[in-house]
Design a protein around this ligand. Structure first.
Ligand SMILES: [Zn+2]
Ligand SMILES: [Zn+2]
Length: 267
């Protein structure tokens, strides 16, 4: 069994997302078995107009998911929190503001899974090769999300390097800008273990991307660790490896603490 010391995971997907498996209750039981102290559910947030529907639950499923998590939360021996992982686009700003203010969720994550090009087509760092214009847009979308102050941390901030295979001046600058924005807003960066299970790109893991986090380590940016599990057996998968990655890159790890109705960060 793998050894790990960070006893939380607040980036978790279940069957609700449509490309994952496992029930909320099964995850809660696994968290208890693995000795986690805090478990957060962060399903991909649907949009009111069904944008990006293929990668997330239907909009009218939200309440079902939320009630399910609240029910298990009330019964579990592990502290459980409820959130969403949000692709942010400015036209949905008021939707996310209302969601955050509604009291229905404990936290929100932002992650940029899709890049909208000038001609309105979209590409994804998960499946497409990105050009130097795409990674500028990735940066712009991410910085716009951070500017709202709505999001508690940044999922796989280095994801652009999964589709952009050259660590050139532009890539370095974009990494520096994302890291600087994270520090300015006090919004932690995430080292995401799910990339370790994906096919390699350019002979390396698509993410986490070492040179990005080397910069984050140098700057002293706050970092959290997630498995981004999409099935129960992955809840703590590779936690030991990302902890070693964090140590190797001199990262300033913080950990989530949920109290007084909000997510906070502790050293
Ligand atoms: Zn997913
Ligand atoms: Zn995720």
């Amino acid at each position: 069994m793998s050894q790990f010391t960070e006893k939380y995971n607040i980036h978790t997907h279940s069957f609700y997302c449509g490309h994952g498996s496992g029930t909320i209750r099964q995850y809660a039981e696994e968290a208890e078995r693995q000795g986690l102290e805090l478990l957060g559910f962060s399903e991909h947030c649907p949009f009111p107009d069904s944008f990006l529907q293929r990668s997330r639950m239907a909009f009218d499923q939200m309440r079902v998911y939320e009630e399910d998590v609240r029910r298990v939360q009330a019964e579990s021996g592990v502290k459980i929190i409820l959130g969403y992982e949000c692709d942010y686009f400015p036209r949905y700003r008021s939707f996310f503001e209302d969601l955050k203010a509604s009291g229905r969720v404990d936290y929100l994550i932002t992650g940029t899974h899709f890049i909208i090009r000038a001609d309105s087509s979209r590409v994804s760092p998960f499946s497409d090769k990105l050009d130097s214009d795409d990674i500028l847009r990735y940066r712009d979308q991410m910085l716009a999300a951070l500017d709202t102050g709505l999001f508690d941390f940044i999922a796989h901030p280095d994801l652009f390097m999964a589709g952009y295979w050259t660590w050139d001046d532009r890539a370095v600058r974009i990494a520096e800008e994302i890291i600087a924005a994270s520090m300015k807003h006090g919004t932690p960066l995430e080292v995401n273990a799910n990339g370790l299970q994906k096919p390699k790109v350019a002979g390396r893991d698509p993410y986490p991307f070492g040179p990005f986090f080397e910069l984050a380590g140098e700057k002293g940016a706050p970092v959290i660790l997630s498995t981004d599990a999409h099935k129960v057996s992955n809840l703590v998968c590779n936690k030991d490896r990302i902890e070693a990655f964090a140590a190797e890159h001199g990262l300033s790890l913080i950990r989530p603490v949920y109290k007084t109705g909000r997510l906070e960060w502790a050293l």
